[in-house]
Design a protein around this ligand. Structure first.
Ligand SMILES: Nc1nc2c(ncn2[C@@H]2O[C@H](COP(=O)(O)OP(=O)(O)OP(=O)(O)O)[C@@H](O)[C@H]2O)c(=O)[nH]1
Ligand SMILES: [Mg+2]
Length: 350
């Protein structure tokens, strides 16, 4: 999964990027250089850690999320071509909105995050609208399109012109499917990050922003990029205690990744053995055969059955053999819907 961190210049994207990845990309320069930062983080997962303790495998592999810090290039508030292109690559977008005031930061006197959120949404709607208008124009002039393409695009156009993002346009899944190549920005899941001042980290989000997120089905996280960046630079073993000393339950990286998973409706299943204990990411509702394909295409093609245990049972009983004796190991067919935390062993023929 790839999350693109975006937002207006100086909102704290690079600071948040550093907080999430533990990297040390240079802050305060992005808008001038147009430089993008890339980083990968492991998804914290206590189940993987516990299973690794049980199996002592050669290798332990956590699920990963990659982040790209999309420097808001250009001059004004608008989105330039490179920024839009980088955002289109994301499976999800996360807009960092500035809620901190820092006298050292240029033009940082007043913060109006809700306005920033709305303005940025308008920019994303506009970027999609421009693409759609061009296509509609060509179709009107006689370019051959898919069946119903023009009709649906006209509906999207009207929707965007009413200043509503495409994720709020109720089209059927098969209607959306033919437009997947467009990678519309306003259709992507959006996680808002309210970048607050150091002394505000333990406060909930202001009511109007929380209401906005709820009303529009957006994720929302409150954090201080600066504080979290300090936490992320510490040794991992010291991070939880330091976070707690600041009144935080945990570092933001964990909260962020969980929110992104929830927003994208992602879950993890697990595989275990002496070689590797590993978490695999799938969309909720994925069936066993398709899930097996995540591990290897051979496992999908030659799928026979899946042997499934719950990680709780496996941890409590100590081995798959004991789970079998206790009736806790199920045999499931290709259409079994894999659940979060299932431990799966795929039987297949090559
Ligand atoms: N006080 C305070 N300052 C912050 C916080 N987050 C970022 N800043 C400061 O705000 C300035 C801009 O932060 P960046 O992380 O570079 O912002 P950006 O969104 O990446 O900016 P561009 O890449 O230029 O668009 C820097 O001087 C940061 O130190 C925060 O939580 N609190
Ligand atoms: Mg930056």
């Amino acid at each position: 999964m790839k999350v693109a961190l975006c937002g207006f210049p100086g909102s704290g994207k690079t600071t948040v990027f550093n907080a999430l990845t533990g990297l040390q990309a240079q802050v305060g320069l992005g808008a001038k250089t147009g430089k993008q930062n890339l980083g990968v983080v492991k998804v914290p997962d206590a189940r993987v850690a516990a299973l690794a303790k049980l199996y002592q495998p050669k290798k332990t592999t956590y699920a990963e999320v990659s982040f790209v810090d999309v420097a808001a290039g250009g001059t004004g508030r608008g989105l330039d071509v490179a920024t839009i292109a980088a955002m289109r690559e994301g499976d999800a977008l996360s807009q960092v909105a500035r809620a901190f005031v820092d006298p050292q930061v240029e033009a940082s006197a007043a913060a109006d995050p809700l306005r920033e959120i709305r303005d940025f949404e308008s920019e994303m709607n506009l970027a999609d609208l421009m693409v759609i208008e061009k296509k509609v124009e060509r179709l009107r002039k006689g370019e051959k399109g898919q069946p119903r393409e023009q009709e649906l695009l006209e509906r999207m156009k009207a929707h965007l012109e009413a200043e509503k993002p495409l994720r709020e346009l109720p089209l059927a899944a098969d209607e959306w499917a033919q437009f997947s190549g467009y990678r519309f920005l306003s259709q992507k899941p959006l996680l808002l990050v309210l970048n607050v001042a150091e002394e505000e980290v333990t406060k909930p989000a202001p009511a109007p922003i929380a209401a906005h997120a709820t009303e529009h089905g957006l994720g929302l996280l409150v954090l201080s990029g600066k504080v979290e960046m300090d936490i992320a630079q510490l040794d991992p073993t010291e991070q939880p205690d330091f976070a707690r000393s600041l009144g935080l339950d945990e570092p933001a990286a964990g909260r962020f990744v969980r929110s992104a998973y929830a927003l994208l409706d992602l879950v993890s299943f697990l595989t275990v053995g002496p070689d590797e204990v590993r978490a695999w990411t799938i969309r909720r509702g994925t069936r066993a055969r398709e899930a097996a394909g995540k591990i290897h295409t051979d496992l999908e093609r030659g799928f026979i059955r899946a042997e499934v245990t719950r990680h709780e049972d496996l941890l409590a009983l100590g081995s798959e053999a004991r789970c079998r004796e206790a009736g806790k190991l199920r045999t499931e067919g290709k259409d079994y819907v894999v659940l979060d935390g299932d431990v799966m062993h795929v039987r297949f023929a090559v």
